[in-house]
Design a protein around this ligand. Structure first.
Ligand code: PHB
Length: 401
C-alpha cells in the first residue's frame, strides 16, 4: 500500500506545475498529430474542444478539484492528446446545484461548441442537463453524478464512468446486515436524488438479508451545519449502527459531530464511500477511524495500473488520488479511445464511437460499459484506519451480492 500523505497541506507548492498543465490544456499546446478521425469538415489538424464542468465552488468544490487533477493528469501523460488529436479544454463551474450547473454546462455546448463534455458531480444537475445533451447530439461523460435515471434510456450521448447511486448503496446492504446481526440500523442522509437513491439501494439488499431499520432522517442538502438534533434522535432510537450518505464538506461536519457526540464509541458508522473519501478524510482525521464504507476504488487497490497511477498522481500533486480523480481519469481514457476510432470527431461521431470502446484499463481494475452505459465493476468494503502517515480507507474485501 502506498504511504499516506497529508493532502492539501503541500498543495500550494505544486501550484506552478498545475498552472502549466492547465495552460497547455487551454491552449491546445504540443505538436499536431494526424491520428484520430477528422472533424465534420474533414480537418484533423485543429484541436478537439472538450468541456470540463465540475464544481469550483460550493459544498462539492473539493471533489471538482480532484476530478480536474485526474483529467489533467491523463492529458499530461499523453502529450495533451486524445485519440491522437490535440485537445483544448474549456472549463465551467458546476457550482453546488442545478441553478448554477445547468446554465454553466449548457453554455459549453451552445456557446463554446465543444465536441463532448466531461464532469458533473451533482445528480440533480445531471438530471437537469440530460435532455440538452441528447437533443444537441453532444456526448456527456458523467464522471461522478450517480442518479439512476440519467442512463435509463442508454442514449448514445449519455455515458457514465462513475457508478449508479442505487448500485453503490446496494453493494453494502448485505455486509451491514451480517455485521449488525439482530440489531436495528438508523439511516441518515442528504435529502436529494443521491441520498434518496443510495438509501433505496442500501435498503433493498439490507432488508433482503434480514436487516431491520430503527428510523430514517433526510437532512436539507447544502444548508445543514448542525447535526446535534438528529444525533440525539439516533441515540434515543436505540439503533445498533448507523448508515449514511454525505459527501464534501457535509461529510466532514457530520462525521466530526458524530464523533464529538460520542456515538462512534457505541454505534458503528457505515456509509457509501463518499463519506470518508479523499480530502474529506484528512479533515475528519481521528473522528473517522472505524467507519466502514463501500466504493469501487481505494488508492490501496492492488493492480499494476493503479500502482503506476498512484505514483504518477503523487508526483504531480503530492497527494494520494481519490475515486473522483479516477472517474475523471477514466473519462479521459474513454474519450481517448472514442476519438481515436471516430469516423468524424464531432458530437455524433464521438457518440457513435463510444459504443465500441471495449475494456477500460483503469486504476480501479479493468471495466467496461454495460448496456445502460454505466460501468460494470466490483465494489469494495473499506475501513478507515490510522496508517503510518495519516488515515486511509483500507480495503477489507470485495463485496458480493
Ligand atoms: C451525486 O449527487 O450523485 C453525488 C454527489 C457527491 C458524491 C456522490 C454522489 O460524492
Amino acid at each position: 500500500m502506498p504511504p499516506s500523505l497529508s493532502r492539501g497541506a503541500r498543495r500550494a507548492a505544486f501550484l506552478p506545475a498545475l498552472l502549466a498543465i492547465s495552460l497547455v490544456a487551454a491552449c491546445g499546446g504540443g505538436s499536431l498529430s494526424s491520428g484520430g478521425g477528422a472533424d465534420a469538415n474533414g480537418d484533423d489538424s485543429t484541436p478537439v474542444k472538450i468541456g470540463l464542468s465540475v464544481p469550483l465552488s460550493g459544498v462539492y468544490a473539493p471533489l471538482g478539484e480532484d476530478m480536474t487533477q485526474g483529467f489533467e493528469l491523463y492529458l499530461k501523460q499523453r502529450d495533451n492528446k486524445l485519440g491522437g488529436r490535440n485537445v483544448t479544454v474549456v472549463k465551467a463551474d458546476e457550482g453546488e446545484g442545478p441553478q448554477a450547473g445547468v446554465p454553466a454546462t449548457t453554455k459549453l455546448v451552445t456557446g463554446d461548441q465543444v465536441s463532448a463534455v466531461v464532469g458533473i458531480v451533482n445528480s440533480a444537475t445531471a438530471l437537469g442537463l440530460k435532455d440538452t445533451f441528447v437533443s444537441s447530439e453532444v456526448p456527456l461523460i458523467i464522471a461522478n453524478a450517480g442518479a439512476d435515471d440519467i442512463t435509463k434510456d442508454a442514449s448514445p450521448y449519455i455515458w457514465r464512468t462513475s457508478f449508479t447511486n442505487g448500485g453503490v448503496g446496494e453493494s453494502i446492504g448485505k455486509a451491514v446486515a451480517e455485521e449488525v446481526g439482530d440489531g436495528e440500523v438508523y439511516i441518515i442522509t442528504a435529502d436529494y436524488a443521491a441520498g434518496q437513491e443510495q438509501i433505496a439501494g442500501f435498503k433493498k439488499s439490507f432488508e433482503a438479508a434480514g436487516g431491520k431499520i430503527a428510523g430514517e432522517t433526510y437532512t436539507p442538502f447544502g444548508t445543514t451545519s448542525d447535526w446535534q438534533p438528529y444525533l440525539n434522535e439516533i441515540r434515543n432510537s436505540g439503533a445498533k449502527a448507523v448508515f449514511s450518505f454525505y459527501a464534501g464538506s457535509e461529510a466532514v461536519n457530520f462525521v466530526k459531530q458524530y464523533n464529538q457526540f460520542g456515538l462512534s464509541k457505541t454505534t458503528p458508522l457505515y456509509g457509501t464511500g463518499f463519506l470518508t473519501e479523499g480530502g474529506v478524510l484528512d479533515a475528519q482525521g481521528e473522528a473517522a477511524v472505524g467507519t466502514k464504507t463501500a466504493l469501487h476504488y481505494s488508492d490501496a487497490v492492488e493492480n499494476d495500473t493503479n500502482a503506476e497511477f498512484v505514483k504518477a498522481y503523487q508526483e504531480a500533486y503530492n497527494e494520494l488520488p481519490t475515486t473522483y480523480a479516477v472517474q475523471a481519469y477514466d473519462a479521459a481514457a474513454v474519450l481517448d479511445k472514442a476519438i481515436g476510432s471516430a469516423e468524424t470527431v464531432d458530437g455524433p461521431g464521438i457518440g457513435k464511437a463510444l459504443s465500441n470502446v471495449g475494456d477500460i484499463d483503469s486504476p480501479r481494475g479493468t471495466w467496461r460499459f454495460n448496456d445502460k452505459h454505466d460501468p460494470e465493476q466490483p465494489y469494495y468494503l473499506r475501513e478507515v484506519q490510522k496508517t503510518d502517515g495519516g488515515f486511509s480507507n483500507v480495503v477489507i474485501r470485495e463485496l458480493t451480492k
